[in-house]
Design a protein around this ligand. Structure first.
Ligand SMILES: O=C(O)c1ccccc1NCC(=O)[C@H](O)[C@H](O)COP(=O)(O)O
Length: 210
């Protein structure tokens, strides 16, 4: 089994980005959804991303943005991956000539299978909790039992993870990766750097990776 990857989402400043990288993060997420308390302006994200070393993926998050807005971000920010949290279609998601992750807000098991069929070009599906009217970053868990066992290797598990519950999630689900935002924050958009370290250590501990 390969090591479960860790994405730290909702990065808004260079200190949190570099501290997460030093702690072992595999990917950093930048929220370009203006209604989010973790919104980061493209100019600020560009400055942060320019400081991130090689082999750490920078991921841009979007929610039903118009295509021009996504292209504008891509023209100025070094992003390896896109992550879509809205009602974007597959043809919309794949038009940007960049690998993408499709977020699915989980209610039912069939929904995960349906999303797999609907987004064959997605690199991975990110599974998050369904909360009415909120496209992501809610801090809520969903029923992990809804994840079909045979799809776990393809799944980025998100929603309400924190240093206390992530080891259980990794042992139980064995996902491709885990994704956290609120569970390692000291305030919205500001990471608790010790909690980020603890979170990553717990992911590794659950797999005996040191
Ligand atoms: O973080 C946000 O505010 C946000 C807003 C709109 C779409 C997506 C958003 N965040 C996505 C994520 O950060 C991840 O899905 C995250 O791992 C789950 O968040 P959390 O439950 O806080 O760990």
């Amino acid at each position: 089994m390969s090591r479960v990857r860790v994405k730290i989402c909702g990065i808004t400043n260079p200190e949190d980005a570099l501290s997460a990288v030093a702690a072992g993060a595999d990917a950093l997420g930048f929220v370009f959804y203006e209604k989010s308390p973790r919104y980061v302006a493209p100019e600020a994200a560009a400055r942060i991303c320019a400081q991130v070393p090689a082999f750490v993926a920078k991921v841009g998050l979007f929610v039903d943005h118009d295509e021009t807005a996504v292209r504008n971000v891509l023209s100025s920010v070094e992003l390896e991956l896109l992550q879509f949290h809205g009602n974007e279609t597959e043809s919309y998601c794949k038009q940007f000539d960049r690998p993408y992750i499709k977020a699915v807000r989980v209610n039912t098991e069939n929904q995960i299978r349906d999303a797999l069929a609907q987004y064959p070009s997605a690199k991975n599906l990110l599974l998050d909790a369904y909360v009415k009217g909120v496209p992501g970053g809610t801090g809520q868990k969903f029923d992990w039992g809804l994840i079909p066992v045979e799809l776990a290797h393809y799944v980025i598990l998100a929603g309400g993870l924190d240093p206390q519950n992530v080891a259980e999630a990794v042992s139980m689900i064995k996902p491709y990766a885990v994704d956290v935002s609120g569970g390692v924050e000291q305030a919205k958009g500001i990471k608790n750097q010790s909690a980020v370290q603890e979170f990553i250590k717990e992911v590794w501990r659950a797999q005996n990776v040191y």
